[in-house]
Design a protein around this ligand. Structure first.
Ligand code: SF4
Length: 248
């Protein structure tokens, strides 16, 4: 019997099925094998800078609260900025109680360099106060997380996946672009890509896909002129919509 699953937002998902485009590979391409794709991806990104949330986790800032705050700071902020900003903020406060006790102006000062520091500081202090009032428990469902100020589906999925280790797919612009180029999804928005992935991607890769595709998207499968000429996935990838690949 097919495994019953839910999407990253908790809705019922259809059983996994192979995308039709992969049943018969086009000339010059191999059958799409997601296990082989992840093996190749791990090797391809092994020496690249890690995605911010995973970098922070590996530095010891992997608690659900720290991941929630980091994900909020990372919105529309480059990883190279997010990491030092989070380290500076967590040097001042690492718990909901300590964060809620910081004045907004102090959080704004600590967020210097991140985008939208004032609204993000308000969101961080408000959600910290809510969590502190609930005894310090960070919600562990997407629905509950999204009741917190400033938290949307992507932040909720990162918190669940990286902070709690619960299967959740976080689709940022890199994940969205790359899986659509593969032909593994055919979706116009990151939200629809997340729903498509929840139907076809084995659950064991739900957290890892963000970890691998963020660096892969920055350095290999870039937004403009992807490096198809030297890409280890070129025989698996259907290169949907790629018109100007780089040779190397
Ligand atoms: S072959 Fe090109 S489009 Fe496909 S994953 Fe590699 S770089 Fe991206």
């Amino acid at each position: 019997m097919a495994e019953a699953r839910t999407t990253a937002t908790g809705r019922a998902a259809k059983p996994a099925a192979a995308p039709a485009a992969f049943e018969v590979p086009p000339p010059g391409k191999d059958p799409f094998d997601i296990d082989e794709v992840f093996r190749l991806l791990r090797r391809a990104v092994a020496h690249l800078p890690k995605a911010a949330m995973f970098d922070l986790r590996d530095r010891g800032y992997g608690s659900p609260f720290e991941q929630l705050v980091s994900a909020l700071i990372s919105a529309r902020t480059r990883d190279e900025t997010t990491i030092p900003v989070c380290l500076r903020l967590f040097a001042a406060a690492r718990t909901p109680e300590a964060m809620a006790a910081l004045p907004d102006e102090e959080i704004v000062r600590l967020l210097h360099g991140a985008t939208f520091p004032e609204p993000k500081a308000r969101d961080i202090r408000t959600l910290s106060a809510s969590i502190a009032a609930a005894g310090g428990r960070v919600p562990d469902t997407a629905e509950e997380l999204m009741t917190l100020r400033g938290v949307g589906p992507k932040i909720a999925a990162l918190t669940l996946g990286v902070g709690f280790g619960k299967p959740a797919i976080s689709v940022d612009i890199h994940v969205h672009r790359i899986v659509n180029r593969w032909g593994y999804a055919a979706a116009a928005t990151p939200e629809r890509t997340m729903q498509a992935l929840a139907r076809v991607l084995p659950e064991r890769y739900w957290i890892e896909i963000n970890e691998r595709l963020v660096p892969f998207g920055k350095f290999v499968c870039t937004g403009e002129c992807p490096r198809c000429g030297s890409c280890p996935l070129v025989r698996q990838c259907r290169q949907v919509g790629v018109t100007a690949p780089r040779e190397a």
